[in-house]
Design a protein around this ligand. Sequence first.
Ligand SMILES: [Zn+2]
Length: 283
Amino acid sequence: MPRSLLFCLASLLLGAGSVAGLWWWHQQRLVPPAAALMPLAQGEGLQPLLVPDPKAAKRCAQRLGIRERDTPADPTNFGVRRPSDSLSGPVPDQPSLVVVHETVLSLEDTLNFFQTPHPRDADQASYHLLLDRNGTAFRLVPDRNRAFGAGWSAWGDATIRHRPSSTPLAGGSLNNVALHISLESPEDGRGDDDAHSGYSKAQYMRLAEHVLVWQLRWGIPMRRITTHEAVDRSHSRRDPRSFRWERFDRAWDEAANRCGIRIDGPYGIDAPPTAAESVEQDR
Ligand SMILES: [Zn+2]
């Protein structure tokens, strides 16, 4: 065989070897390390981010004159915050975000619904608190319990699944870590319209006060105050319709001033995530 042909064959083999090597190297890069294939811990990112301060919460509630009317939901309509999931893995079970709703129904019909036993899973529902048009607070479920306010829901990508994936309602829910508060809808909001005449000043004031006390009691920053529409993953919930965040913010500033809480501190709307997380590290 002529020398040039030998050289040519050798080059081809070397070239093929390099291509194969490159291909092998590329494949290795595509296969993630074993750790990355492990399932992520459920509900990661759903822990409270600030230090709970029950004493400050109590002081603030007294200063604001917060009152709650005890109207417990039927026990079929709420449950316990569960420390583990269906595979016995640990999951977050402390309140760490607040979800705002509206009733759509009248106050009377809403209270009736929650106080009626509902043996079927799909019918069970509740909030922790309900504010009527005058701002009167009705306590339906204690904070320590799990209200059934947002069935299929998530916070970004984070959610908690308590049911095996083969069953209905397996999509995951925030109920294990949520505090649910609902506003009685106005009369023109009883139907399915996209908007209505909104909420009363008393409702915004009392909502902000209850939210502030919850923030202090459970260590919840403002960026964890959200709406049902924002966390719903069933594509069927739009509440609270016609909610105005700037009215809530004004009411919150007023409540914070009365409680001696700094508006630009870790509970306020401008708190950068790093400030909240550095408080958590100080625990
Ligand atoms: Zn809702």
